[in-house]
Design a protein. Structure first.
Lengths: 310, 276
């Protein structure tokens, strides 16, 4: 197992009576892409701010690269890249000036800026003032500043909200490269579907608590959400698919010749084999695993139920 | 310390870019030149050096104008950046919070210093060019006036930062800044005068008065400039006061520096506890 870069132990944060983060244990490791998902107000941004020392924990311990972020920790912060949610940059500066300012603050040579600007695709507009930038360009320059000095930890708060699909793709590509190079990349988002393929691990937050933490497969396993198999079989016998799949699955007719079968993911292969052995061959089959959205919804429901039981 | 210089440099560039520096320099230069050229006309017959007159008029201008400008460039510095969200990003960099305050303070004071030296310097230059005999002591008084104007500005920049780091909403910081300006330039002296008149010299001794005057940076500035030089105090009508006061110039200058240092340290302490 690779080195832990961020370590949160029973971390809490409250603002007066309002609990923003409650008893979160979390370990982030080098080379990992972590998706931090949750509703607005679930505590994602607060968790990131705690890691940066922008807010102090009300309880528990935080260690980032071996230091406590709320107390100095300048050495750790020189190895962190941060892209805040709703990024605001000084409108009168040009992209290039902004990069020079931040590179100097990080003690990094200004000569590396050009390569970063090219990598995020904003080099051509770097001479223009930021107030002339589109939303996508502002996010690009925001990502560029976060990449200064090859950070070991990248904390990106809703980095792709409001971006077009092509730009999102290029953002994820860069994040993947960084994680491959050994960086810890934490992305908070409520755009769950797109994070599924872009993260090694998913942490679900709800009302300040961590309600799930694991790889997408682990979460699928825990959530026990069924796999959906949609099959088109030109048969007049509505009960044929039901007889074929047997007890291992539930079958429902949803069109004249279309049936939806729900089964546990462990039974998936068996169900497909049984369908393939049908006397009336199927014309089309579509298998969909539970999406991150469904898994997320499951963990939220579970959380609500366990709270109601308390 | 490097971060302090980087942040100060950015403040100066921002000041140049948003034309604050130009506007301040032009304003101070215009007012100073107007006072110099119009105000020195009647001095020919009373035997006072025109430069002493300029020191008196510019000092009176400074007491109202410099604190106002200083508060205007400082009240938004912390609360505004926190409100807009740029402070969070800045503090995610390896920068200590006191370095942010110190850097901003140095930048703002440099801008104010530049505007004062150029603006008031233009008045001095105009006087030197238009001729008239000026004794060396008057030039000394002029130099002290320019230097203490910058110190006065620095003190109000620091007070502006204190207001800015105490509140979350920049508009509230703006309100506090206006209150500070009114308090120190008008209310404090009126209240002090009221107390002196009501007291009839029974409890307020000279020592206590000295102490009370040190409690207002604008008064410290006034004392330093209007009573510090005999010619100036004669013309300013403060010669009587000058004899009564026992504060040496160095103590007054030190008091002005303390008026920058203390609010600045308080502001750094408050800001260190703030959450983004």
């Amino acid at each position: 197992m690779s080195t832990a870069t961020v370590l949160l132990t029973d971390t809490s944060k409250h603002y007066g009576a309002q609990l923003a983060v409650q008893g979160v244990d979390l370990t982030l490791r080098a080379g990992e892409r972590i998706a931090l998902v949750g509703h607005n107000g679930a505590g994602k941004s607060t968790l990131i701010k705690l890691m940066l020392g922008l807010v102090r924990p009300s309880g528990g311990r935080i260690e980032v690269l071996g230091e406590d972020p709320a107390h100095g920790a300048a050495a750790a912060r020189s190895q962190i890249g941060y892209l805040p949610e709703n990024l605001v940059l000084q409108p009168s500066m040009t992209g290039r000036e902004l990069m020079v300012f931040y590179a100097r603050l990080k003690g990094q040579p200004v000569s590396h800026n050009q390569a970063i600007l090219e990598r995020v695709g904003i080099a051509e507009a770097a001479g223009r003032r930021i107030h002339t930038y589109s939303k996508g360009m502002r996010q690009r320059i925001g990502l560029a500043q976060a990449l200064i000095g090859k950070p070991r930890i990248l904390l990106l708060d809703e980095p792709t909200s409001g971006l077009d699909p092509a730009l999102r793709h290029s953002f994820y590509e860069i994040m993947g490269e960084l994680a491959h190079g050994g960086a810890t990349v934490l992305i908070s988002s409520h755009a769950l579907a797109e994070l599924e393929a872009q993260s090694d691990r998913i942490v679900v937050m709800n009302e300040g608590r961590k309600v799930a933490d694991g790889t997408i497969d682990e979460l699928r396993h825990f959530a026990k959400r069924p796999v959906r198999i949609r099959v088109t079989m030109p048969t007049e016998d509505a009960n044929l698919p039901m007889r074929l799949v047997g007890n291992a699955a539930q079958c429902e007719r949803i069109g004249k010749h279309t049936f939806e079968i729900r089964c546990a993911s462990t039974a998936k292969a068996d169900v497909v084999r049984r369908l393939a052995a049908s006397p009336v061959p199927f014309q089309d089959i579509d298998i969909s695993s539970p999406t991150l959205d469904e898994i997320y919804a499951h963990f939220l429901r579970h959380e609500v139920r366990s709270k109601a039981a308390e | 310390m490097k971060a302090v210089a980087i942040i100060a440099g950015k403040e100066i560039r921002d000041g140049l870019r948003n034309r604050w520096v130009v506007a301040m320099t032009l304003l101070m230069g215009t007012l100073a030149l107007t006072l110099t050229l119009l105000g020195s006309a009647p001095t020919g017959t009373v035997g006072v050096s025109p430069l002493s007159v300029v020191v008196v008029s510019l000092s009176s201008l400074t007491i109202f104008l410099v604190p106002l400008i200083a508060l205007l460039i400082s009240y938004d510095a912390i609360a505004g950046e926190m409100d807009r969200g740029t402070m969070g990003l800045l503090l995610s960099y390896p920068v200590a919070r006191w370095e942010v305050i110190a850097g901003k303070f140095l930048g703002a004071t440099a801008i104010l210093g530049f505007a004062t030296i150029i603006g008031y310097g233009a008045a001095g230059a105009a006087l030197a060019i238009t001729g008239g005999e000026v004794e060396p002591e008057a030039w000394g008084a002029f130099a002290v006036m320019v230097g203490s104007s910058i110190l006065l500005g620095a003190a109000f920049v620091a007070l502006g930062y204190l207001a800015s780091s105490l509140v979350r909403d920049p508009r509230t910081a703006g309100g506090i800044a206006i209150g500070l300006w009114l308090f120190f330039t008008l209310i404090y002296d009126m209240a002090l005068l009221g107390v002196l008149v009501a007291d009839q010299g029974k409890t307020v001794t000279v020592a206590l008065l000295n102490f009370l005057l040190l409690g207002n940076p604008a008064d410290v500035f006034r004392l330093l400039n209007l009573t510090g030089f005999s010619n100036v105090s004669l013309f300013a009508g403060t010669a009587g006061l000058a004899e009564q006061l026992e504060l040496p110039k160095a103590a007054l200058a030190a008091a002005l520096v303390a008026w920058s240092a203390v609010p600045l340290m308080l502001s750094a302490l408050v800001f260190a506890r703030r959450e983004m």
